[in-house]
Design a protein around this ligand. Sequence first.
Ligand SMILES: Cc1ncc(COP(=O)(O)O)c(C=O)c1O
Length: 382
Amino acid sequence: MNDQNVLEELDQILAKSARFREGRVLGSMCSEPDPIVLEVFRRSYDLNAGDPGLSQGLVELENDAIRMMGEFWRWPQASGKIVSGGTEANILALWSFREGRRSPQQTQVLVSKSRHFSIDKATKLLGLDLVLIDCNENGQVDLDQLQNSISKRTLAVVAVAGSTSLGLVDELRALGRIAFEHGLFCHVDASFGGFVIPFLEEAGFAAVDFGLDLEGISSVCLDPHKMGRAPIPAGCLLWKDAQDLERLEFSVPYLSGGQTRLSTLLGTRPGFTVAAVWAVLKKLGKSGYVELVRRSLSLTHWFSEQVSKRRHLRLVRQPVLNVVGLAHRKLNPQELAYFLRREGGWALSVWPEFLRVVLMPHVDRTHLEDFLAFVERHLEKE
Ligand SMILES: Cc1ncc(COP(=O)(O)O)c(C=O)c1O
């Protein structure tokens, strides 16, 4: 086939996909990347970050990107890696803890019931045991229950900083301190909140206590492909202590670029992602992310208020980050989601008790007004 025919067929098939810019995808934690990404792709699409000896440039870009993300998380000297997303980052964090444990008896990972399922995946893969802790009335991990669950079998605590369901954030300082006092590792899963939490205060919203500098916090992951405006997929894992990363290193002798040490789960990995994460960070900088968070959080508060005013809708909880949970007073979430998708093309995320709207950069007020008008037309009858 010639290029034109291939592309025509591709367009036809891709037309079956919902696109962020159409304004109907309200439940995703991904978004349309910054347009600079297209140019970066043209310049770097043939690079393999898994063979660093061939591309010193990528090594430089990755180190610089890690430093910038480390600055956001108050630890510019962080060691880290750009990875494929939150799942890989969570697996790597727990893997390194397992390699660093004092005794093989330490198999337990304590985390709140609001954790993302990648933590379940990671513990299963690594032969570790998940210990689930209840949430308190604020949706944060219950610290008393967590402390009472610590034993000589405990290896690590995972804090959730932006829960997948409602964007709620555990008490990071207190969790770090508990981990420190008991000699445990503490990983912060800020896959979602990692590009929101550092900018809340400057954007004019209630601050959340955070930082890789907090006592007892060992690592944090944040996903550039969520609120970072980077291409999909792009994750990042930051370590406070370089030793934790070094435990994951394999010495690889045979690569064309020469002998090297690799520490990610993937071998061959996209150099384009590294270049694009760097480019977006350079372009937006801290002030760009503050602006993005100001916009998303303003929209979140406006939307929450609108939901609260609707007769048949219920706001599940006052948002902390840019995530809104809403429920219909009559339809269950499954029915509601199905109806919205089938009749209006609205794609929301479904949870047992509510639907989730994530106020990502591609969502604007006109999309939300359309959505509310649709709900009013179809679901507020009688
Ligand atoms: C809190 C949290 N952790 C981890 C992940 C997994 O991230 P990914 O899908 O990039 O692997 C998600 C995804 O939504 C998440 O919300």
